[in-house]
Every structure is written in structure tokens, then in C-alpha cells.
Ligand binder design. Structure first.
Ligand SMILES: [Mn+2]
Length: 371
């Protein structure tokens, strides 16, 4: 009986998600007359105003992807509510729910992105909110495995749009993109481990005030193996594990204090170039964008990791983004006006638009519209 109910619910889920493209979601049922408004991309919440209903990212359809593979998708939002790798103030375990809350208004006026000239909510690509990865707050080693496996399960599936079958590119394996809602920045290590299983070493663009490539003995000490993996050291581990493509990675927005100049040397050893926040006064925004583009190239599969303490990455349209995360959103320290969670949602709206404009991924993580 319960199984039958789950099956029929998932069938309903498919119907809702597909119909949302045609904006005719609520077409039957006893109370259809109550709804007067259908929002682009809507389908998850059965409510007709942006302030109503249950929160999913941008009011996208929800599907519990980790307990069901009944739904295919091209882009999946996935929460990783982990904050026990934090050095100072924890709370980012509430980031995924906070970002969803802050994202409700994204398609209030229809969702069209003016500078990028695209609407991610009305694209032919299918975008879902897959909910959260189950993450323990009592055992970091176990939690990091949960995040890697949870992400990998959502990543390694046949996408809704087969870029190759659609004649958009060469034959080959295609994968969806996953945008992860953190979580403190430690999560990027298990996410890169998962990405590595699909793509091998990737290029990383990292927006942050901090390097996050510190050696464990510098950042927080290293009393144990578990303690050595935290939100200031994950890139050091990623580099040592060979998850980063050599000399193609770049930080932007750096304005941290250091233990000394050797931290920068170590960062270069980990494969990064640095754009400091103050370079906005010397080379300007255009110069920074050029520096990032020249470093990463347009062909390398790029993973984008954004710490909320930095800026809007919308100027990076045209790069080959295969996945992304946003981290360190801790709603407990936000204002009552939810400025931080809304800013995080806005940043992801730009990332989502860039990905949608890139089209479905094709073989080797190439954008189908570039082949
Ligand atoms: Mn960080």
C-alpha cells in the first residue's frame, strides 16, 4: 500500500515536472479554480505566489533523487548540510534550507536574466531540486563519505536531455550538472572527489576571501587525521590527491591574513593562481575577468566553488562549467531581512543561467552548444 502510494507520487512528480515547461501545471483536480498564477519553472510547491508553499530552490520541482531514480534531470540542486569543519562560527548546516528560503522570489517577474539574455526557468533543460544529502553532525569522516557518495549518486545518471542523441554533439557519455548548497567549505573536498570519479582532474575557479589551501599544521593544527580536513585545508588535500588539473586553477577575492608569505608559495604549489580583492583597484573588474579566463581556458571542464564572502560571478559566461557549489551561508548570523541567503540565491541564479546557456553537457564534460 505504502509502495503503491510512493509509486503514484513519483508518477505525479514526473507529470508535474514535465508540465511545468508548458506552464500548465495545475490542469486538473478538485480545487484547480483556487490557483490564478503559474510561475515559470514552478511545479514543486503547488502554490501560486512566491511567498507561498514549501521552499525548493527557485520553486523548482522537488524530487528525492537519493531515494529514487524515477526522474531524470539536466541540472540538480543538492544540499550538503555540514558545518563541523568550521574554524570559528558554525551554522552553515542551515545553509541549504536558508538558500532555498532566500531563492523563492527568483522567478517572481518570470526569471529572465537580462545581462545573460536567457531564462533558466523556461529552458528545455530539466532542472530539479533533489533535496539534501543525509549528513551526520557527529562524525566528520563519515559525513565526508556521505557527501561524496550522495553527490556521486546524483551526478552519475543519464541526463534528461541526451545531448548526443539530440544530434547536438558527438556520441559519448553525458552527465547532468550538480549545484551543491553548502554547508561549510570542507564539503568541496568530497565534491571534488566525486567530480574526479566522473571527469578526472578538473580546473577550479574559487571565489573566496581565503586561500583554503593551508597545510593542516598551519590551519587549525593537525591533532588527528580527521581534524586535518577542514574548511581551511580542503584544497591542500584536493591538490595532494590529484583532484585539481595542474596550473589551471585560480582564486578570486583573496583578502585574508596569512601565517606568512610561505602560505602563498604553498598555494602555488597546490596549483593555484591568486586574484586579490584589492586588484579591483589596479586591474579593475575587466582585468580580473581576463585573468581568470586566461588561466582556466575555455575548453577545460571547470568546477566553480563560491564562498558567500565574495561576489557575483555572472561575468564568467562562456566557460565550461560542469558543476558548482556555494558555501558558508550560516543563516543564524544573517539579518532578519535574510540578506545573505537572498544574495546566495541570486549568485546561484547567475550560475544556473550560465549553465543553461551552455546547453546540456556532452562527452568529456563539453557543452553541447560549443561542439
Ligand atoms: Mn572558503
Amino acid at each position: 500500500m505504502i509502495k503503491a502510494a510512493i509509486v503514484s507520487l513519483s508518477i505525479l512528480g514526473i507529470t508535474i515536472a514535465h508540465e511545468s515547461h508548458a506552464q500548465s501545471r495545475i490542469s486538473s483536480g478538485p480545487h484547480q479554480g483556487l490557483w490564478y498564477n503559474t510561475l515559470p519553472g514552478d511545479g514543486g510547491t503547488q502554490a501560486d505566489s512566491v511567498f507561498s508553499g514549501i521552499s525548493t530552490f527557485g520553486r523548482l520541482p522537488y524530487h528525492p533523487c537519493l531515494s529514487s531514480d524515477d526522474e531524470e534531470y539536466d541540472i540538480a540542486f543538492l544540499g550538503a548540510p555540514f558545518d563541523t569543519g568550521t574554524s570559528y562560527r558554525p551554522g552553515a548546516r542551515f545553509g541549504p534550507s536558508g538558500i532555498r528560503q532566500g531563492s523563492r522570489r527568483l522567478n517572481l517577474y518570470g526569471g529572465y536574466n537580462v545581462p545573460l539574455q536567457a531564462n533558466p526557468f523556461t529552458s528545455e533543460m530539466k532542472i530539479l531540486d533533489c533535496g539534501d544529502i543525509p549528513v551526520t553532525s557527529y562524525d566528520n569522516e563519515w559525513a565526508i563519505q556521505q557527501i561524496e557518495e550522495g553527490h556521486n549518486s546524483v551526478l552519475m545518471r543519464k541526463p534528461f536531455t541526451d545531448a548526443d542523441k539530440a544530434g547536438l554533439s558527438r556520441a559519448g557519455k553525458t552527465l547532468p550538472r550538480v549545484i551543491t548548497l553548502g554547508g561549510d567549505h570542507t564539503i568541496t573536498l568530497p565534491l571534488l572527489r566525486s567530480i574526479n570519479r566522473a571527469y578526472g582532474p578538473v580546473t577550479v575557479i574559487h571565489f573566496d576571501s581565503h586561500l583554503d589551501s593551508w597545510k593542516p599544521k598551519v590551519f587549525g593544527g593537525s591533532p588527528s587525521k580527521v581534524a586535518s580536513i577542514n574548511h581551511g585545508t580542503y584544497f591542500y588535500h584536493a591538490a595532494m590527491e590529484g583532484l585539481l588539473k595542474n596550473d589551471t586553477n585560480i582564486h578570486a577575492g583573496i583578502r585574508t591574513t596569512l601565517s606568512g608569505p610561505s602560505d602563498y608559495e604553498n598555494d602555488g604549489y597546490c596549483g593555484f593562481e591568486i586574484v586579490e580583492a584589492r586588484e579591483i583597484d589596479t586591474i579593475g573588474i575587466e582585468g580580473i575577468i581576463r585573468k581568470i579566463r586566461e588561466r582556466v581556458g575555455t575548453e577545460n571542464p571547470v568546477y566553480l566553488s563560491i564562498d558567500i564572502d565574495t561576489l557575483d560571478p555572472a561575468c564568467l559566461d562562456g566557460l565550461n562549467f560542469i558543476g558548482a557549489d556555494i558555501v558558508e551561508v550560516a543563516p543564524a548570523y544573517d539579518t532578519n531581512a535574510e540578506h545573505t541567503t537572498m544574495a546566495a540565491a541570486d549568485v546561484l541564479y547567475e550560475v544556473l543561467t550560465i549553465m543553461v546557456k551552455g546547453g546540456p553537457l556532452s562527452i568529456g564534460g563539453k557543452r553541447s552548444n560549443e561542439l
